[in-house]
Design a binder for this molecule. Structure first.
Ligand code: SAH
Length: 381
């Protein structure tokens, strides 16, 4: 048996013990690496190659239960069932949008709720995954952080979102992209995010998604960006900038008060130097706040000489918040100023609006006004 993987991997989280004095402790299989599983099997005189077989069933063959792993001996399937939960979340809501976007609201064992989204765009099957319950960064326009952060997600809870979204695909569809842009700040939960992503990128036992198709989106935490640069894969880094100067950014992204844009850009430059991966900066356009020509000009100064792309996203209204989506003419002049200044800018359309696909929104609606949203409830898998 491995050395207490739940405790050693997730020291920051106190999850309620599952099991009692009478019942043996149960483990979340998605928290365990192939090596940990192999050593647990080895201690029971079960051949270690079974560990790889089990992982492939989970991540590649989309098994939802041990019972479906038909090339494992029946006794082993029973034994696994006695000691492990494969999935620990229940699906509290499942929404479909007309454009093919699907969103899951998942309930965790301790009652916390997280959201994750599947986006269909041409041949792409992208998933947007949460890293924390809530968020501590406090961006004033974002639904996820309105009630602060509750806790970090475990490796298994991050992987479970990916798998539950994979289960929504048809047999001939494959996940192609992952964005860590759901609830929470991924770089504030870096060890578990990296542990989950190493399974996502693993083509031998895992999901086999290239690191260049995996994006980690961050508010910009320089020490963690440096740690990410030293990690084992050149993931795509997206930095949520939202303002071209510290005065405005301190207002919109309060955590900026102790960091500052320059320190973030320096860390981003170091990330680029290490990985050679083009940087992305995200900019949520808030009508009358950060959509002026002056803001666009300042952005040109910041980004013109960097190998970077600016992803401009119109604000997705959050009920109860006072912000506005920008007017079409403001968007047009903002865009023209950026392009004239030589910034590589992409203006994104919103997807999945009618199902509150901006993460954090569905959770709040469900907590406060459960009757408002038409939800197609689904069974736990
Ligand atoms: N904490 C990370 C990742 C989660 S937020 C980060 O800050 O990047 C993912 C992206 O969604 C961020 O760029 C965030 O600013 C944006 N976002 C949050 N609320 C939004 C809203 N109401 N409308 C449009 N984009 C929003």
């Amino acid at each position: 048996m491995p050395d207490q993987p739940l405790e050693s991997e997730v020291p920051a989280i106190e999850l309620p013990a599952i099991g009692s004095a009478k019942e043996p402790e149960r483990f979340h299989l998605l928290d365990w690496t192939t090596e940990e599983l192999a050593s647990w099997l080895g201690a029971r005189s079960i051949p270690k190659f079974r560990a790889a077989q089990i992982q492939r069933w989970i991540y590649q063959r989309r098994a939802k239960q041990f019972e479906q792993m038909t090339d494992l001996p029946k006794d082993l399937r029973t034994e696994l069932d006695e000691h492990f939960d494969l999935f620990r979340t229940t699906t509290a809501a499942h929404q479909h949008a007309a454009d093919g976007t699907e969103k899951l609201l998942l309930q965790l064992v301790d009652g916390g709720r997280i959201e994750c989204v599947l986006l269909r765009d041409g041949p792409r099957r992208s998933i947007c995954v949460s890293s924390q319950v809530g968020c501590a960064m406090g961006c004033v326009f974002c639904a996820s952080g309105l009630d602060g952060v509750e806790r970090n997600l475990t490796r298994g809870e991050i992987l479970e979102q990916m798998l539950k979204l994979q289960h929504l695909l048809e047999a001939d569809e494959r996940l192609s992209h992952i964005v860590m842009m759901g609830m929470g700040e991924p770089l504030a939960n870096l060890p578990r995010v990296l542990a989950a992503l190493s399974v996502a990128k693993d083509s031998e036992f895992g999901l086999g998604i290239s690191p260049r198709r995996i994006t980690i989106s961050t508010v910009g935490l320089p020490p963690a960006i440096d740690k990410l640069a030293a990690a084992d894969a050149p993931y795509h880094l997206a930095i949520s900038l939202h303002a071209p100067n510290d005065t405005l950014r301190n207002r919109l992204v309060p955590v900026n008060q102790t960091i500052g844009i320059q320190a973030i850009l320096d860390a981003a430059d170091r990330y680029f130097a290490k990985t050679k991966r083009r940087l992305t900066f995200e900019y949520v356009l808030l009508g009358g706040l950060n959509d002026s020509i002056q803001c666009a000009r300042e952005l040109v100064q910041l980004l013109r000489h960097r190998t970077a792309m600016l992803n401009v996203i119109p604000y997705n209204p959050v009920p109860g918040l006072p912000y506005q989506t920008p007017t079409p003419s403001a968007v047009l002049q903002f865009r023209r100023t950026l392009l004239d200044g030589g910034v590589n800018a992409m203006f994104r359309q919103r997807k999945g609006d009618e199902i509150q696909a901006a993460c954090g929104q569905l959770r709040r609606l469900r907590e406060r006004e459960p009757q408002v949203v038409s939800i197609q409830s689904t069974k736990t898998s």
